[in-house]
Design a protein around this ligand. Sequence first.
Ligand SMILES: C[S@@+](CC[C@H](N)C(=O)[O-])C[C@H]1O[C@@H](n2cnc3c(N)ncnc32)[C@H](O)[C@@H]1O
Length: 246
Amino acid sequence: MRLYSELADWFHLLTAPEEYAEEAAEFVRLAEEAGDGELQTLLELGAGGGNNASHLKARFTCTLTDVSEEMLALSRGLNPECEHVVGDMRTLRLGRTFDVVLVHDAVMYMTTEVDLRAVFETAFAHTRPGGVALFQPDCTRETLVEKTDCGGHDGDNRALRYLEWVRDPNPRDSTYEVDYLVALREGDAPVRVVQDHHVEGVFANNEWLEWLGALGFEARAERVVYDDGAEEITVFVARRPAERAR
Ligand SMILES: C[S@@+](CC[C@H](N)C(=O)[O-])C[C@H]1O[C@@H](n2cnc3c(N)ncnc32)[C@H](O)[C@@H]1O
């Protein structure tokens, strides 16, 4: 995907760190409600440009992982105090556990049951007993709507605007399509337009809950309202039960 490779250093003009404050506050609230004991450490899978982390690092010691070296380089600039590790969320194994594991919009790139369940295994392996894993997909099968959106920001001698076009050609399968038309302005040079086509995954609530439960998570779906009611999103809150003393 061009957005996360050749265009990675433009990412904060596509979606700016300030826009993530409300979601980060919800992640803190949900983790604190669901987790046992002190919550100090957080692992994010698919941390991208580190936008969530730029807020979460005030509350947790954060370890940020992503499959894209370029995106992690951007995050390192924003979050130099956080640990950064390159890795695929389906196969990453750090050999240690965390109080909180977070998987935000990056989980949309899991397009098959096998891939999504592999992410759940990664999350389970890295959540300490009594800890909590939070998953916030952009949509589920119940909430996916075809739409267009636009936005972007001005930076230092550069600016970006985008059109995002969401289509679901086959509502019976586990994928949908997102096309981005991105206009890039640098100095006085003419605007350059880049297109990027993403295939994303979509699964039903009951599939999420069944597959999380099969691993041993105690999972529930919580509807969270953002942006003064303009947006309502499902967050899957998955608690790893504390180990019982024998
Ligand atoms: C929209 S960005 C995430 C932005 C992030 N929420 C933030 O706070 O900046 C999506 C990210 O998913 C990452 N990604 C896609 N497939 C992945 C995989 N299999 N494992 C880890 N990261 C992946 C991409 O490299 C990209 O950085």
